[in-house]
Design a protein around this ligand. Structure first.
Ligand SMILES: Nc1ncnc2c1ncn2[C@@H]1O[C@H](COP(=O)(O)OP(=O)(O)OP(=O)(O)O)[C@@H](O)[C@H]1O
Ligand SMILES: Cc1ncc(CO)c(N)n1
Length: 274
């Protein structure tokens, strides 16, 4: 009997196709996983920003998750935009019966253009109710600052920050992303509870197409977890996949603002004529 590696994303829809559910499903597909989705909110957005957010009722979010997991099942789950406390609680509730599925939570607190994508009570519920079920949390620096209530301004502050996040949040591991810092060499730092931190370096690519990098990275890690890799190897391979997708997408023009990365740089390259 053949079985696909299966990955579920619980996230918001990005009408522009570069972030959210759309980026997650592209990433799962590019990495050879069967992708499924539970949509938490419909956003109207494009490469210039988010213009509207319409939440899906929490009970409908919970039912999407129940229906997928009780029938098809998932080998890994990625969680993105949750929008509000009732949605966070509905997701925590629906996932509680599945403690053995690895879960990656990208704590989407605001869009890159600054629009808030979760409310204050949602943040508290995320830390208190959902984090205990999470294998890997993937905050960017502004999100880490919100979660820690202190500034993280340089690469040398990141190791202290990742340790402090692990003390404050009951998840198993953290990947703190340094993509928002100045400088030509970027660093992400990964730490599993009780282990030494690991650093992942990347040369900063000169590109306008960075929309959805966070979504793509967390889904790539989830895809590798679904395929049976260890957490450390999934982070390593997920980071490498994103770097290739950023590089492969840098010369394309999509919209007037921040375009997407190129998820399909493999054998069937997006944009190439047959
Ligand atoms: N210009 C770049 N070149 C190469 N890698 C980058 C670049 N910008 C960001 N990255 C990488 O992309 C990943 C996402 O980092 P970032 O800190 O931008 O997350 P994010 O803010 O959550 O993303 P998003 O903009 O999708 O919300 C990290 O691995 C980071 O190192
Ligand atoms: C739906 C959605 N999720 C996440 C992000 C963050 O990139 C976004 N802009 N939109």
């Amino acid at each position: 009997m053949k079985k696909y590696p299966k990955a579920l994303t619980i996230a918001g829809s990005d009408s522009g196709g570069g972030a959210g559910i759309q980026a997650d499903l592209k990433t799962f597909s590019a990495l050879g996983c069967y992708g499924m989705s539970a949509i938490t909110a419909v956003t109207a957005q494009n490469t210039l920003g988010v213009s509207a957010v319409h939440p899906v009722p929490p009970a409908v979010v919970e039912t999407q998750i129940n229906d997928v997991l009780s029938d098809i099942g998932a080998d890994a789950i990625k969680i993105g935009m949750l929008h509000s406390a009732p949605t966070v609680l509905a997701v925590a509730n629906a996932l509680e019966p599945y403690p053995n599925i690895p879960m990656v939570l990208d704590p989407v607190l605001a869009s890159s253009s600054g629009r808030t994508l979760i409310d204050e009570e949602g943040k508290i519920a995320l830390v208190e109710k959902l984090a205990p079920q999470i294998t890997l949390l993937t905050p960017n620096l502004p999100e880490a600052e919100i979660l820690l209530s202190r500034n993280v301004e340089e690469q040398k502050d990141m190791e202290g920050a990742v340790g402090a996040l692990l003390e404050r949040l009951p998840c198993q591991a953290i990947l703190l992303k340094g993509g928002h810092l100045e400088g030509q060499q970027l660093m992400d730092i990964f730490m599993e509870r009780g282990k030494a931190p690991l650093r992942f370096y990347a040369k900063k690519t000169d590109t306008p197409n960075k929309h959805g990098t966070g979504c793509t990275l967390s889904s790539a890690v989830a895809a590798y977890l679904a395929k049976g890799f260890s957490l450390e190897d999934s982070v390593k391979h997920g980071h490498a996949y994103l770097q290739e997708a950023i590089e492969a997408g840098k010369d394309y023009v999509t919209g007037k603002g921040h375009g997407p990365v190129n998820h399909f740089f493999g054998p069937e390259k997006l944009g190439e004529k047959a």
